[in-house]
Write a new protein. Structure first.
Length: 250
């Protein structure tokens, strides 16, 4: 080895690189512990109007300490995202002594139970909105995103009826039921394929997407046939492959 110049050069280059890396790591460690670059300001660029200001300030005071290099950004982000009505927190360092904090507000799409809401991303969060005309979602835990996505499609389909969606219900067997603001009940059911309690067909395949597409088609067919009649329906059963059953208020 000692009489191989190429191998010696490679080995010396590797050792020099290793030494430089060790020096850089030591320097970074010293810099992180140094008090020469203290944080002087945490700028809150945007904050949800509904979020308790005192909780935001408390999270910043508790976790926004240290120096420019040692500030624990992840801890501060996690604490801020625990504040009610904060969906996401973005934090960046601004040289030489400042942190910029931007908070994304939860935007409610629907009510979920008595003390929870579903946001526009289909995520459940704790909160309530007094006096807001929000639809109600009733469904199994974990179905929030699916219900939010389908709510938009259902609302678009029933818009010619002139009465907005007031309630969307999804059963554990993936059967859909809607209620309009005028009191009309729409039972959409689920796909006719055999399903087990886990939401799979007899071949073991997940058929939730097929079900949802099928109920949308049934709903659209009803709206097309019934939308311009002006009759006052009370209960509509759409669980038929080629039609629907209707009970009027009269």
């Amino acid at each position: 080895m000692w009489d191989n110049p190429r191998l010696l050069n490679s080995l010396s280059g590797f050792l020099v690189g290793l030494a430089l890396l060790a020096i850089a790591l030591v320097g970074l460690g010293m810099l992180a512990r140094s008090t020469l670059f203290p944080l002087r300001e945490v700028e809150l660029r945007s904050a949800p109007q509904q979020a308790p200001r005192a909780l935001i300030v408390a999270a910043i005071e508790r976790h926004g300490r240290g120096t420019f290099f040692s500030a624990r950004i992840d801890e501060l982000r996690g604490a801020l995202e625990q504040v009610p009505w904060v969906r996401r927190a973005s934090i960046r360092r601004v040289w030489p002594d400042r942190l910029e904090v931007t908070l994304e507000e939860q935007v409610p799409l629907a009510r979920w139970g008595a003390d929870a809401l579903v946001n526009t991303y289909g995520e459940r969060f704790a909160g309530s909105v007094a006096g807001a005309a929000l639809p109600v979602f009733i469904g199994p835990a974990g179905s929030e995103a699916e219900m939010a996505r389908r709510y938009r499609r259902f609302a678009e389909i029933v818009s010619p009826l002139g009465s907005p969606l007031e309630r969307v219900t999804l059963s554990a067997r993936h059967a859909w039921q809607l209620r309009l603001a005028d009191g009309t009940q729409l039972t959409l059911g689920r796909d006719a394929a055999g399903r087990d309690t886990a939401g799979r067909d007899t071949a073991g395949r997940d058929t939730a997407a097929h079900d949802a597409d099928s109920v949308e088609q049934r709903l659209a067919r009803f709206v097309e046939a019934y939308g311009g009649t002006g009759a006052g329906a009370a209960v509509v059963d759409l669980r038929y492959p080629g039609g629907f059953a209707l009970k009027t208020r009269s």
